[in-house]
Design a protein around this ligand. Sequence first.
Ligand SMILES: Cc1cc2nc3c(=O)[nH]c(=O)nc-3n(C[C@H](O)[C@H](O)[C@H](O)COP(=O)(O)OP(=O)(O)OC[C@H]3O[C@@H](n4cnc5c(N)ncnc54)[C@H](O)[C@@H]3O)c2cc1C
Length: 552
Amino acid sequence: MKKPYILAIDDDVSVLRAVERDLKAKFASGYRILAIDSPNKALDAVRQLTSRGDRVALFLVDQRMPSMSGTEFLHESISLQPEARRVLLTAYADSTAAIDAINKVRLNHYLMKPWEPPEQHLYPVLADQLEDWRAGDREAFEGVYIVGTRWAPDTHRLKDFLAKSQVPYRWLEPEGLSDPRAKAALGERPVAMPAVILPDGSVLERPGLAEVAERLGLVSTPSRRFYDVIVVGAGPAGLACALYCSTEGLKTVLVEREAAGGQAGLSSRIENYLGFPSGLSGADLARRGVAQVRRFGTEVLAPAEAVALSAEGEYRVVKLSNGQELAAHSVVIAAGVQWRRLGVPGMERLAGAGIYYGAAITESSSCKGEDVYIVGGANSAGQAAVHFSEVARSVTMIVRGESLSKSMSHYLVERIQTIPNISVIPNAEVVEVNGGDRLEEITIRHHAAKTEEKRPAAALFVFIGAEPHTDWLEGVVRRDAKGFLLTGANLLSAGKRPEGWRLERDPYLLETSVPGVFAVGDVRDTAIRRVANSVGEGSIVLYFIRQYMRNR
Ligand SMILES: Cc1cc2nc3c(=O)[nH]c(=O)nc-3n(C[C@H](O)[C@H](O)[C@H](O)COP(=O)(O)OP(=O)(O)OC[C@H]3O[C@@H](n4cnc5c(N)ncnc54)[C@H](O)[C@@H]3O)c2cc1C
């Protein structure tokens, strides 16, 4: 495979040479380094590289250049190399321009000059950016193919699972298959679609997710039957909890029914998480989180679904869907929420065949040049709209409220207003969807005008709020009417402890109605549904686990 490029651009030749020297010293084994002293020449070079099929992994660009600023250069180059990481080199006085560039060109980072010593100020930042680029690099795939039609729900499920699990794959339509490796693996015999071709050339026909995961080595069987802590759900809350428990030396296992990352893994860009001024994608956050918890010894079982919980004396037992049982001193439920289904005629039949819940990241490349519809007016819908606007011809948001500002953060509303190919239909909802084996048409009801309108549509993405997935805890852990888990003081009714509670103390802050079983993040009844809140609760629950263990 051809090495990707790192492009350094600076009109000050002495600075350029210094950058080039430092980049070569560190990154030349994995990347080709190209240093260019003018933004116009650099744009020509990028055009040539793009037409040859070469990939640029990272642009490192000086902001202050007379013929074209660094931000302008990055703006021009985005359409040519959309995946490249974008880093500006700035003088202290340019930091306002750099902050502006975060929105204008989705800047990934800005570095202050001078960067000496590079080991401290340059290499860690660039290595981090390059690692993120590598993680999303579809070309670096290790020979995993998904062969299946775009409109088959099973194809979507496989793509979504591999994307969330951060397994690079290549998706191919079976019609007119030309890839020689895929053709050789499938041969002439009839193959049930969708098929997954593994790196060793073996073919899985219409496989389930568990089979794919097992064959790719994603499932780790638990190394023991008994742990200190079992964490259910590997979203931000579960990952943070596992991190703090394992750094404190508790034997911790993290059980995740899909792929680590949770809802945050669906986010194209989280911009309100402290410490990431340029934002970061949910996939990057998940990848970093999983690496971090593994480093401190957490066992991650995925995909593995918790289906039952019981309290047996001092032990808390979690049963998995494969029949295995794990026991621990303490259990933390960080199971988050799921998208609510849009219950209108046609929706269930066409789910995965043009209608998607969340899934903006997985399906965005399929929507190139198309007219995309989004239902919902909260932040998740807004992020998806911004994300799709870069590939789709048009993005239409269908919103029940009068405007976006009621339900969406101010920064996103402002962003959406500046993007010409996003439009918003307020006071409206989708009341029917139609199509043969794929979505072809949606019906929109306009409430103010009391009219209905049919529009042709190839893709509809639904982001309409969420509900917890806690039926498996029914009768064991107290839930509210919507299924959210009650914790701490919310379990007390007129000062009385919950029925069946036998301890001489009230439930701790994040403790459920079963002593030693805790709930953190979006699954809790009064949670503030944000990444930072989930990470916060996941981090502090250790304190209460410790108290519980000490005072049993
Ligand atoms: C598209 C999108 C964009 C968003 N953008 C932002 C943003 O910019 N800023 C922000 O602060 N917030 C954002 N949010 C909200 C944020 O992602 C959530 O608040 C956060 O992810 C909640 O974390 P959590 O760990 O509590 O739950 P989740 O992230 O929902 O994770 C729960 C995990 O538990 C797993 N699970 C559930 N049941 C079981 C079971 N029985 N067994 C095993 N595993 C199970 C699920 O598969 C899931 O992986 C966004 C959400 C979405 C969907």
